[in-house]
Design a protein around this ligand. Sequence first.
Ligand code: XBP
Ligand code: MG
Length: 243
Amino acid sequence: MENLQALIFDVDGTLAETERDGHRPAFNAAFAECGLDWYWDETHYGELLAVTGGKERILHHARSAAPELAASPEFPALVRRLHEAKTRHYLEIVASGRIPLRPGVARLIDEARSAGLRLAIATTTTPANVDALLRASLAVDAPNWFEIIGAGDVVKAKKPAPDIYEWVLTHLNLPASACLAVEDSENGLRAAQSAGLRCLICSGEYSRNKDDFTGAWRVVENLEGVFEGVVEMWRKASEQLSS
Ligand code: XBP
Ligand code: MG
């Protein structure tokens, strides 16, 4: 087992609870702006999170809520327009400072940097959303702390497919065995596992009582003071493997 060299963070639900009070109202504002009477309440949105990617989530919803519209030739352009509007609304919500980091995230990032670990991001969300969240909730230069930011459409197949993690590993030029993924959801766990990564799960408000975390390297409810334990667990695992 290699020495731990990098932490690869998921964003939504892991760095911050962005879904219920960030992405969800942004989708609803975009629907209203585009003249659709769709409204995703907190419970329904929790079910829709099974589909990763905002554009993919809109398409999934339309296929049941408005099958004729979903099948129409003009729908792909409407999805793009809806998602552009949604991203604009989401960026306004994030810029307002209404989405704080989850407990322990800033300290974990700080301790990992001080220990010389390389940092990266592997997320399904739109790249602009990552930059905005890091600047608003961590530090104006925080995006520079992450050597590689793999986000959104940089890969075709989104989580639970491994593509985004494989993309990040390639750009880090590191083997999966030297990296730890930090995730909040079953989709994220499966993506990391399929890419050969150990995955620390920090369950979130939408995943805690719903998702199956079988196979996670460790499951916690928050990231407060987790770094020492991670380093210790990794060292012990290395010793066991080399003995
Ligand atoms: C979570 C997602 C994203 C967001 C919405 O990403 O699945 O689709 O819900 O963002 P992760 P977009 O947990 O991998 O960070 O609308 O920009 O896709
Ligand atoms: Mg997530």
